[in-house]
Design a protein around this ligand. Structure first.
Ligand SMILES: [Zn+2]
Length: 232
């Protein structure tokens, strides 16, 4: 004894709708989690940008201190220049001053580069902060959207589960045995509608004999995929 094709189709419809609703229910929290992960990632990027900014400032400050010391050294040497006793001492001092000036000139270039780096690092911090603001807004929006649909999805699941339980109560025992085992293992894929002369689940071609038995509403399971077949 089996159930009518219309009854099978209806059972299948309920299972398909339940699968869809449960997937949508499960997808909601995942969307929220993904956005939370995004915020956390962007916060790590901001921390990194701030570290880079700080490091650039420390480096620039150090170079500026070195430059000041270098400039003082040149002033000192210029004073010493007037106290040189020999021409040789004087020449050596002049060469040392030239060397110091060269060093300071390199430092000045490096300071310009460091200031440039600070500016870029500041832009990096501002960008990272802006990204976090956007990501947090998306998180709030996603959370609200999920919460708004969650209740109605749960209500629909509850209603369909009730509807399914009512249908299942009326199923003949021999059918119920096969059906219950398959549904437990495969959910909506426990059933398949015949599509032309093929199984609608795995598209294996069915023999005319099998199709005839399906039309007689016998309990037929697809040899290819194991789904319960019906023809609507
Ligand atoms: Zn199949």
């Amino acid at each position: 004894m089996s159930i009518s094709a219309a009854g099978m189709q209806d059972l299948h419809r309920i299972h398909q709708q339940l699968t869809d609703l449960r997937e949508r229910l499960a997808a909601g929290p995942k969307q929220i989690t993904n956005r939370q992960i995004n915020v956390t990632r962007l916060e790590a990027e901001l921390a990194k940008a701030k570290d880079e900014h700080k490091a650039a400032r420390v480096s620039a400050d150090q170079k500026q201190l070195l430059l000041k010391a270098g400039e003082q050294k040149i002033r000192d040497r210029r004073t010493q220049l007037n106290q040189c006793n020999t021409n040789r001492e004087y020449q050596t001092m002049v060469e040392q001053i030239a060397g110091d000036e060269m060093t300071n000139s390199v430092l000045e270039d490096e300071i310009l580069e460091a200031l440039d780096k600070i500016e870029r690092a500041q832009q990096g911090v501002a960008l990272a902060e802006g990204n976090i603001v956007k990501a947090k807004a998306e998180l709030v929006k996603a959370t609200e959207a999920v919460r708004a649909t969650e209740d109605s999805l749960k209500t629909d699941v509850h209603r369909l589960e009730g509807e399914l339980a009512e249908r299942e109560k009326t199923l003949p025992a021999d059918f119920l045995e096969v059906y219950a085992r398959l549904v437990k293992a495969r959910g909506e894929d426990a059933l398949a509608k015949v599509d032309g002369d093929c199984c609608g689940g795995c598209y294996q071609q069915l023999t005319p004999n099998v199709i005839n038995q399906i039309l007689m509403e016998r309990i037929i399971v697809c040899a290819g995929c194991g789904r319960l077949l019906y023809k609507a």
